[in-house]
Design a protein around this ligand. Structure first.
Ligand code: F6P
Length: 341
């Protein structure tokens, strides 16, 4: 048996832990050959990659990024893409693929399953917005990084009597903003799921200043003010229709300064949230996902994604997992609102 493995989409801490678990269990328990494809779906499209031996995965558990490289290549956006993949897999004698990725990568995995390719998915994204799983690995690490930044920003904001707007990642879902904002004691948390009122933000900020405590507002990069994107300059939106990284936080800090007369600064955490070593939680989750993905391949159970439900790793249909993004529910946001202002 020969099993291919790939990592697609934006990288996140824990990818190497999955690759290690797949390689170790595949080789040691099943005697399989493992083939590591380069750069997401670009690998199976072009054949780029190399066999993975135990030595190749030594010492990678703690490393961020992915030893296989990643890309946002989508074979369905390329002329004859799926047929090219079938030809490469046949040529290399690959019986099954383990695709580690988010919404886009696993959406492709789902479509390839319908075309008869044996795929098992492993969910990853720092955004935690994939359906059918309670958590994705990478999220815990991103929340830790953002929380540490907020803790540090509290002291400098206080020293200078400033408001600080911390922009975190989260294109469509505000999970990182919600969790890091709660953990960091933010005066306000703004998420893409809920257009925000600038008047309200100004009220929270002013109330915090009255208590002589520096306000920290955590905003997800995809959050928009009420009235929509027109309030921001339209040029700041990207091809997905969301505000570019660095857009909303900077804009909001300027609004706060002009409406309160208090100095305000924006800090965009950006890709620091995706880099570096995974937390222990993410290492364990990623490792368990990798081990269970191997089990699914061994069982011949394809078109599924491994998923976390409570403390158990289960299998969910890829079609179900990629049907809808998991966004922050209103009741979860309401829990945090108690602390605003
Ligand atoms: O999908 C994960 C994510 O981290 C988003 O939150 C963010 O918008 C995006 O990736 C940034 O991706 P890129 O690396 O392409 O700038």
């Amino acid at each position: 048996m020969r099993v291919g493995v790939l990592t697609g989409g934006g990288d996140c801490p824990g990818l190497n832990a999955v690759i290690r678990a797949v390689t170790r269990k595949g080789i040691e328990m099943h005697g399989w050959d493992i083939f590591g494809f380069r750069d997401g779906w670009r690998g199976p499209l072009t054949g780029a990659g190399k066999p993975l031996e135990r030595d190749d995965v030594e010492g990678i558990l703690t490393r961020g990024g992915t030893i296989l490289g990643s890309s946002r290549t989508n074979p369905y956006k390329e002329e004859g893409g799926p047929d090219k993949i079938k030809a490469v897999l046949a040529d290399k004698g690959i019986d099954a693929l383990i695709a580690i990725g988010g919404e886009d990568t696993l959406g492709v995995a789902n479509r390839l399953t319908d075309e008869g390719i044996n795929v098992v998915g492993v969910p990853k994204t720092i955004d935690n917005d994939l359906g059918a799983t309670d958590y994705t690995f990478g999220f815990d690490t991103a929340v830790h990084i953002a929380t540490e930044a907020i803790d540090r920003l509290h002291t400098t904001a206080e020293s200078h009597h400033r408001a600080l707007v911390v922009e975190v990642m989260g294109r469509h879902a505000g999970w990182i903003a919600l969790h890091s904002g709660l953990a960091g004691g933010a005066s306000g948390i703004l998420v893409p799921e809920r257009p925000f009122s600038v008047d309200k933000v100004v009220e929270w900020v002013s109330r915090r200043f009255e208590r002589e405590y520096a306000p920290i507002i955590v905003v997800a990069e995809g959050a928009l003010p009420e009235g929509g994107a027109e309030v921001l300059q339209s040029g700041e939106q990207d091809a997905f229709g969301h505000v570019r990284l660095g857009g909303v936080g900077t804009w909001l800090a300027e609004e706060i300064a002009s409406r309160t007369g208090k100095e305000s600064r924006a800090v965009v955490l950006g890709h620091t949230q995706r880099g570096g070593t995974p937390t222990a939680y993410d290492r364990v989750l990623a490792t368990r996902f990798g081990l269970h993905a191997v089990d699914a391949v061994a069982d011949g159970d394809f078109g599924v994604m491994v998923a976390l439900r409570g403390t158990d790793i289960v299998r969910a249909k890829l079609a179900e997992a990629t049907a809808e993004l998991k966004t922050v529910p209103a009741e979860r946001y309401a829990e945090a609102e108690v602390f605003f202002g």
